[in-house]
Design a protein around this ligand. Structure first.
Ligand code: RRO
Length: 310
């Protein structure tokens, strides 16, 4: 029997798929659908700020050729809402709580609240939201990334990971890994959407989303090579104790397989979950098992990280 399991920070995942933060995870109704979806091994909540945010004006998420573009602007129901949810459901399976403060002070305050709470699952600190006007992506600033992690690990003792933006330069892979390796991170999640892209509607010659003059983060099929490069580059550089959640461009079981080949432990689905709904997890699992059978593999460990080079 082929099993698809993973382990992060001592948590056993019975399946390796989950939603990407931001997709199907804003409300408890959506979260419940992912929680109970066949093929989904976990879920992550919409990145939370200390209190409710309406986010950017619509249209703020749309299909585009080969993927999606969004500038949601961090709409969310506030930390208490998501913290209550994961505390209530944490006995069902290991869960991820995502937070994305607009300032370091907000992030530290939220982590203090989580540290003091009954939540014992995994926290994903989102250092890569591309869509809040006037707020750069923290993880593109290596000194700021080191500074926040230094402060966090002075008090935070529960399992923590970071959501990273895509990097596009080998030197930047080296630089971010050098920072991350200095901390007891449980995992990194790579990649967030490729930020500040522009898609144009050929009928109207107009941008496709309203916020920020049409600039937004892209996801889906178009980002898969960038996602795979980031998973691979980080797996080659990070301490083995830091696990990797691969995110970006997952449409088929073959795409999941390729993320694992590059070193992913879990694989999350964003754009195509938005298009297809939570039934996608079971389809991806079935297709992944078929791909593994074709290659003669019985477990993920048989091929995780085994990308061949020429
Ligand atoms: O809410 C968003 O606009 C958003 C966030 Br926080 C993020 O991390 N990534 C993204 O593509 N959109």
């Amino acid at each position: 029997m082929t099993t698809l399991t993973a382990n992060i920070a001592g948590f056993e995942f019975d399946d390796i798929l989950l939603n990407a933060a931001g997709v199907y995870c804003m409300t408890t109704e959506e979260l419940d659908q992912v929680l109970t979806a066949p093929g989904a091994g976990s879920l992550v909540t919409k990145s939370a700020t200390p209190s409710f945010r309406a986010g950017n004006p619509a249209p703020r998420f749309t299909k585009m050729p080969l993927g999606s573009i969004n500038s949601m602007g961090l709409p969310n129901n506030g930390l208490d809402y998501y913290l209550d949810y994961v505390i209530t459901k944490q006995a069902v399976k290991p869960l991820f709580l995502s937070i994305a403060g607009l300032t370091k002070t907000d992030n530290l305050a939220m982590l203090h609240q989580i540290q003091a709470s009954n939540f014992n699952g995994l926290v994903e600190l989102n250092l890569s939201c591309p869509n809040v006007p006037g707020k750069p992506q923290t993880a593109y600033d290596f000194d700021a990334t080191r500074a926040i992690l230094t402060e966090v690990f002075q008090f935070y003792t529960k399992p923590l990971g970071v959501k990273l933006p895509p990097y596009f330069d080998i030197v930047h892979f080296d630089m971010v890994a050098a920072v991350l390796n200095d901390f007891p991170l449980a995992f990194v999640n790579t990649i967030n959407s490729i930020g500040n892209a522009l898609a144009i509607d050929p009928e109207t010659d107009s941008v496709m989303i309203a916020p920020k003059g049409g600039f937004g983060g892209i996801g889906g099929e178009i980002v898969k090579p960038t996602a795979l490069a980031n998973v691979r580059a980080l797996r080659l550089r990070l301490n083995p104790a830091i696990k990797i959640i691969g995110t970006g461009g997952v449409q088929t079981g073959r795409d999941v397989y390729e993320h694992i080949l590059c070193g992913a432990d879990l694989v999350s689905v964003g754009t195509n979950l938005a298009f297809e709904g939570p039934a996608i997890f079971d389809r991806l699992k079935t297709e992944l098992l078929a791909e593994m059978a074709k290659k003669g593999y019985r477990s993920l460990a048989d091929f995780r990280g085994n990308l061949q080079t020429l």
